[in-house]
Write a protein that binds this ligand. Structure first.
Ligand SMILES: *Cc1c(COP(=O)(O)O)cnc(C)c1O
Length: 360
C-alpha cells in the first residue's frame, strides 16, 4: 500500500492552488532586476499599506512574546463601528479570509455534503470545501460572467450546504445583484457565502442583509484595499447564532498581534482608503479604454482581458519578459485559455502595462 492512501481520494484529487507569480521568481526566470518588475498579478494595493498600520506594527513589535487577544475583540469593535453592525455579527479571522473560509467549512460540512460554485471564480472555495469533505457542484456563469441564478437553483440538492457568490467576482470583476442574493437566501435552506474581498472598489455591499437573513455570511479581507496582504487578516459578517458556533471551532489566537493592531489602524486611515479607491477607479477606466483587446467592465481593482484568438500564456509570457506580472487565468476552472487578469496599478504602472499589451 502506498502511504498516499492515508489521504482521502477527495483530497488527493484537489487541484493545487496556483498563486500569482512572485517578483523574486520572475526576476530569476527572466534575468531581470527585481526593482524593475511591476507586480499586477495578485490584486495587491500598489500604494502599499496604510502608514498608520505600519506605525501600529512597529509600536507593537516588542510585545509579540505575548499571545494576542483570543477573539481579537479590539479589532471586532473597530469593525463594528466601521460597518455599523453589532459586534455579535462580526468575526475577525486569520490567516486572511482564507482562514475564515476554512473554519466555516470545517464547521458546516458533513460527509457527503455539496457546495455550489458559479465558475469561473476564486479557487480557494473549492479547496476549503473539498479539504473538509464536501463535493463541489460547478455551475457555469453566463457569457458575460453574470451568475446564472436559475441554473444554481436547479443544482441545489438535499445535500447542498453552501452556495458561494463572489461579488465583485474574481476574476471577472462583475457584481451579483442584491435581488439575486435575496432570492437565493429566501429559497435555499443552506448558507449563502458572499465574498466581498473587493467590495470597497464597488458601489454596493450586502453586509446589512445579515440582520435580515439568518443564512448569509459575508467574507471580507484586509489584503486588498487596506494593503495588508502580507499580514493575512480577514473577517466575516454573519448571523449571531452562527458566530457563536464559529467561535467554538476557530483556532484560538488566529489573528496575530501585529495583524490585529494594523487592522485597527488601517480601518481609521480614511485618507489611505480614499486615495486607493480614487486611484483604482481612474486606473481601471484607463486600462479598459487603452488595452488593445476586449476588456470586461469591472467594479474591482483589476480588469479581465480576453486576448483571443491569442492565448493567455503567450501574451503573459511576452509581458513577463518586459518585467510585468499579470495573472494568466487558465488555472481558474471554467475560464478557458484566453483570459488575463490585470491588477490596476499606479498611473505609471498602468502606462507600462498598456504599452506592453500593445507590443505583445
Ligand atoms: C484575495 C481574495 C481572497 C483572499 O483574501 P485573504 O484575506 O488574503 O485570504 C478571498 N476572496 C477573493 C475573491 C480574493 O480575491
Amino acid at each position: 500500500m502506498s502511504r498516499l492512501e492515508l489521504i482521502d481520494e477527495n483530497i488527493r484529487t484537489i487541484p493545487e492552488y496556483v498563486p500569482g507569480r512572485s517578483i523574486e521568481d520572475t526576476a530569476k526566470k527572466y534575468d531581470l532586476d527585481p526593482a524593475s518588475i511591476i507586480k499586477l498579478g495578485s490584486n495587491e494595493n500598489p500604494l502599499g499599506p496604510s502608514p498608520k498600520a505600519v506605525e501600529a506594527i512597529l509600536e507593537n513589535a516588542g510585545k509579540v512574546h505575548l499571545y494576542p487577544s483570543a477573539d481579537a475583540g479590539e479589532l471586532v469593535e473597530s469593525l463594528s463601528r466601521y460597518l455599523s453592525l453589532p459586534v455579535s455579527n462580526i468575526c475577525a479571522a486569520g490567516p486572511g479570509m482564507d482562514g475564515l473560509l476554512d473554519n466555516l467549512m470545517r464547521l458546516i460540512i458533513q460527509e457527503g455534503d455539496e457546495v455550489i460554485l458559479p465558475i469561473p471564480t476564486f479557487s480557494y472555495y473549492e479547496i476549503a470545501a473539498r479539504a473538509n469533505g464536501a463535493s463541489v457542484i460547478c455551475v457555469e456563469r453566463k457569457e458575460d460572467f453574470s451568475v446564472d441564478i436559475d441554473a444554481i437553483r436547479k443544482a441545489v440538492s438535499s445535500r447542498t450546504k453552501v452556495i458561494f457568490l463572489c461579488s465583485p467576482n474574481n476574476p471577472s470583476g462583475n457584481m451579483v445583484a442584491e435581488s439575486d442574493v435575496r432570492m437565493l437566501l429566501e429559497s435555499f435552506r443552506g448558507l449563502v457565502f458572499v465574498d466581498e474581498a473587493y467590495v470597497e472598489f464597488a458601489e454596493h455591499s450586502v453586509t446589512n442583509l445579515v440582520m435580515e437573513y439568518d443564512n448569509l455570511v459575508v467574507g471580507r479581507t484586509f489584503s486588498k484595499i487596506f494593503g495588508l496582504a502580507g499580514l493575512r487578516l480577514g473577517y466575516g459578517v454573519m448571523p449571531a447564532w452562527l458566530k457563536k458556533e464559529y467561535m467554538k471551532t476557530a483556532t484560538p489566537f488566529n489573528v496575530s498581534l501585529p495583524a490585529l493592531k494594523a487592522g485597527v489602524a488601517a480601518i481609521t486611515d480614511k485618507q489611505h482608503i480614499e486615495k486607493s479607491i480614487a486611484m483604482v477607479r481612474e486606473g481601471r477606466k484607463y486600462l479598459q479604454e487603452q488595452i488593445p483587446f476586449k476588456v470586461y467592465d469591472s467594479t474591482a481593482n483589476f480588469v479581465l482581458v480576453d486576448v483571443s484568438p491569442r492565448s493567455a500564456s503567450e501574451v503573459c509570457e511576452s509581458l513577463l519578459k518586459k518585467g510585468i506580472i499579470v495573472r494568466d487565468c487558465r488555472s481558474f476552472r471554467g475560464a478557458g485559455n484566453s483570459l488575463i487578469r490585470v491588477t490596476v496599478g499606479t498611473q505609471e504602472q498602468n502606462t507600462r502595462v498598456v504599452e506592453a499589451f500593445r507590443s505583445a
